[in-house]
Design a protein around this ligand. Structure first.
Ligand code: ATP
Length: 242
């Protein structure tokens, strides 16, 4: 087993009056696609924010790629794709990528090489000169993903990247994630669509800020007797609160 990309021990986060995460423990293996699944409000985004080091935490340790979450040394090694595409609508795909590449310190041939590589990786070659504001929602989210891939991050944290995408695009994005993992990138992908579970190497099911399962889909189906991830989740919830 490889060294974990993420280790979390006793993580407690309060947001306003609520304890959103309560003493959470978790370990995520390098070079895998881990699905972070759970209903709306379960704490997925909060957990991701803690992993990125942007969430005020009450207590606990979050270690990312061997360093405390949020360490300056992690800035270029960890990339985050938020739920809403965070790209400039009045710039073209290439202009966006060149801009974000420069903020990472890329210049000249290194910049152009990386921009061309990520455009190809997200399959936007035929739209690279289009204004992002004129692209479809799916294309726009791929531009957002492409910006995150600049600088070849070792850990990619993706908050509901497939929301609103059609089945064909979802399929192609999951294929892209698998390809990145095969190249050694660690991916943590949140979703509340349980049928995406089958695309993940490992599943972390979150409910009310607690991990109720940390397993593979086949293991989860075997232990719950359910026929799909939705059923497994419901069985686990019922077991917890009969
Ligand atoms: N800024 C905030 N202030 C106070 N409470 C917050 C804040 N942001 C989120 N919360 C609360 O924290 C809990 C977890 O929210 P979080 O966004 O992490 O859930 P989630 O699982 O990502 O949900 P979704 O799937 O809807 O994005 C929710 O109860 C939410 O109301």
């Amino acid at each position: 087993m490889s060294i974990p990309a993420i280790t979390i021990d006793g993580l407690t986060v309060r947001r306003g009056p609520r304890t959103v995460l309560d003493g959470l423990r978790l370990s995520i293996a390098s070079g895998t696609v881990t699905g972070l699944l759970g209903p709306s409000g379960a704490g997925k985004t909060t957990l991701m924010r803690a992993i990125l080091g942007v969430q005020l935490v009450e207590s606990g340790d979050v270690t990312v790629l061997g360093e405390p979450a949020g360490s300056p040394g992690l800035r270029s090694r960890v990339a985050y794709v938020t739920q809403a595409p965070s790209v400039y609508l009045d710039l073209t795909v290439l202009e966006n990528l060149r801009y974000f590449g420069r903020t990472l310190g890329l210049r000249g041939r290194a910049l152009e090489g990386q921009v061309a590589a990520v455009v190809e990786r997200v399959d936007l070659g035929s739209h690279q000169r289009a204004l992002v504001g004129r692209l479809s929602g799916g294309q726009m989210s791929r531009v957002s993903l492409a910006t995150a891939l600049l600088g070849a991050p070792e850990l990619l944290v993706l908050d509901e990247p497939t929301v609103g995408l059609d089945p064909v695009l979802r399929e192609s994005l999951w294929g892209l994630f698998a390809g990145l993992a095969a190249d050694g990138v660690t991916l943590l992908v949140s979703s509340h669509v349980m049928d995406e579970a089958e695309r993940c190497d490992r599943l972390v099911l979150l409910r009310d800020g607690a991990v109720i399962a940390d397993s593979t889909l086949p293991e989860l189906l075997a232990t719950t007797g359910a026929s799909n991830a939705d059923g497994a989740f419901l069985t686990l919830v019922r077991r917890e609160r009969p």
